[in-house]
Design a protein around this ligand. Sequence first.
Ligand code: G3P
Length: 221
Amino acid sequence: MKIFLDTGSIEEIRQGVDMGLVDGVTTNPTLISKVKGKDFKTVVSEILKATPGPVSIEVVAVDYENMIKQALKIRELGENAVVKIPMTVDGLKAIRDLKQRKIPVNCTLIFSPIQAMLAAKAGASYVSPFVGRLDDISEDGMFLVEQIRSIFDNYDFQCNILVASVRNPVHVVRAAMIGADVATLPFDVLTKLTEHPKTAEGLNRFLEDWKKVSPEGKFLL
Ligand code: G3P
């Protein structure tokens, strides 16, 4: 399963890439609004350059014509730019058009399995089910991912399931067990993936015991 960072922060992307854990990035207008002191084009261009993989950038139009205009501008910024289009009737029309132009689309704001199927039929390269926001309203976000996986497998849809609105490492484990193609994570969830209290405890114990071999803790080879 690929791991993307869900962020607008170039610092987080650079750190994640340096850790070797980032296959791509997703942004949205809310994440971009948190970046201060830089214009949108600069922020997006920096992110595209710093990311060793696809970067989803969202349109902010709700009508088909303007979605296409914005999508073309987004795509001009880099070969790794993926256009994020919301799940609406105009959005589906835009996805069909962009598919013809060979521009990859991430269909966002997916909250039902049928929405995901329609986006895949229209030609989206990715669908983004928002699992955390479903959990927030006492639904099971990961069940939606299972449903989408079954539908895509039944019909051999070549559309990536990109699990979004991830809130914790358990979402990531369940996404991998279901066979999602990508999970996009906030930076704090990414850093938690490597951690386990027993790993930290075990490492401390090894280092303490090594002092019985070498009181200064030196490696002796
Ligand atoms: O990128 C979209 C999605 O990941 C948003 O997550 O936490 O705002 O529900 P959240």
